[in-house]
Design a protein around this ligand. Structure first.
Ligand SMILES: *Cc1c(COP(=O)(O)O)cnc(C)c1O
Length: 387
């Protein structure tokens, strides 16, 4: 006689074996939200290449090319430029965990979800975190930052370049001028900006910059390109206690990512790196200036077409992001209902508002491969049908 326990075990195993393969239901959705964006067809093909060993000389040559391409995209000469394993938030975690010591005074500039997340990450490292807050939907004001930096010494100042939660571009170049004068390290989140608007890491005095693959690089989520200045590396090397996170420790990772002899740290996500490699090749083949112009033009087309439907943008024109458009939900319109019908009836995904903007805006992404006129027109037709 089987016991009740083994009977249940048999039953569970039988149930599991008949689970249907849901991948059969996966279909093309036009991704016009805050990320992920539509993936380049060439990137899908790159992902399907045979997996190599993580120390295979051919793979190491690909890694070296990725570093070179990232330096061009970020406009930096930093040797320490590499993709971290993990999504954009892993880049954020890596940035803080390597550069912040317990007790460091850290200033985080907050005007949306991702600024808040930075303050949370820094706080968990037992830094003394101050925040300077600005209204959601408006940019960080460089003069306010400069005034704060005159009042107090900070080890590090952090800001988000493209605040995906609100559609605001922060003036990272201007803020950088006062950060440089203060002597603090300058940390910038370029998750949504990189590959969509110009990023000049060295010219803007940025010490640590990180990004993600699934926004304007149009690659699936899973990697966080990151670059670190020599000044920031010097602080890392001068630490008297180890970086408190082994996986994201840049000093260990660099022994895999550079040098004549590469040392195993963790197994690199080989196929994801093929994908990033191809995405960077796509961006370079189009040309950086052309890519930025396409984002700008598609943004202008979207705003003009939305205007014809009586829809307005939340952010002032000077600070609008081309790749993330915060569209005001008209009074009396069922915000979530429209989003659900766009997805269900039209296979178009757009994003909802977050925090104080929940229910008040839709977030329409024009990131990377998504930023095409056919996609803008398809969304406009669908909105016309649903509003
Ligand atoms: C998406 C995003 C992140 C987080 O990236 P994940 O890939 O979701 O971990 C961080 N910062 C900004 C500005 C983002 O848009």
């Amino acid at each position: 006689m089987r016991s009740a326990y083994t009977r249940r075990l048999f039953y569970d195993l039988r149930v599991e074996s008949v689970v249907s393969n849901k991948l059969d239901a996966v279909h093309d959705v036009l991704l016009m939200g805050p990320g992920p964006s539509c993936v380049y067809p060439d990137v899908y093909r790159a992902l399907a290449h045979p997996t190599l060993g993580h120390l295979d000389p051919l793979f190491i040559a690909i890694m070296d090319d990725i570093k070179t391409l990232l330096r061009t995209l970020m406009q930096t000469t930093n040797r320490a430029t590499l993709p971290m394993s993990g999504t954009g938030s892993a880049g954020m975690e890596a940035a803080f965990v390597n550069l912040v010591k317990p007790g460091d005074a850290v200033l985080v500039l907050v005007n949306g979800v991702f600024g808040k997340r930075m303050a949370e990450v820094a706080g968990r490292l037992r830094a003394q975190v101050d925040t300077l807050e600005f209204d959601w939907g408006t940019p960080v004001v460089p003069e306010t930052v400069a005034a704060r930096l005159q009042m107090k010494d900070y080890a590090l100042v952090a800001v988000v370049h493209a605040e995906t939660s609100t559609g605001v571009r922060n003036p990272v170049d201007k803020i950088g001028e006062s950060v440089k004068m203060s002597g603090a390290l300058y940390l910038v989140d370029a998750v949504t900006s990189l590959g969509g608007i110009p990023v000049h890491m060295d010219a803007w005095g940025i010490d640590l910059l990180y990004s993600g693959t699934q926004k304007c690089l149009s690659c699936p989520p899973g990697l966080a390109p990151l670059s670190c200045s020599e000044r920031a590396l010097a602080k890392l090397r001068a630490r008297t206690t180890p970086v408190p996170n082994w996986y994201l420790d840049l000093s260990l990772l660099l022994s895999y990512w550079e040098g004549a002899k590469r040392a195993y740290h963790h197994t690199a996500p080989i196929n994801m790196l093929y994908g990033l490699y191809q995405a960077l090749q796509c961006v370079m083949a189009e040309g950086l200036e052309n890519v930025y112009a396409r984002h700008r033009n598609m943004h202008e087309l979207l705003v003009a077409e939305l205007g014809k439907l009586g829809l307005e943008i939340l952010v002032e024109p000077d600070y609008r992001l081309p790749m993330l458009n915060a569209v005001k939900v008209p009074a009396g319109v069922d915000e979530a209902g429209v989003r659900a019908r766009l997805l269900g009836e039209h296979s178009i995904e757009i994003g909802a508002g977050l925090g104080p903007l929940a229910g008040k805006i839709w977030r329409v992404g024009l990131m990377g491969h998504t930023a095409r006129a056919v996609n803008v027109q398809r969304l406009i037709e669908a909105l016309r049908a649903e509003l």
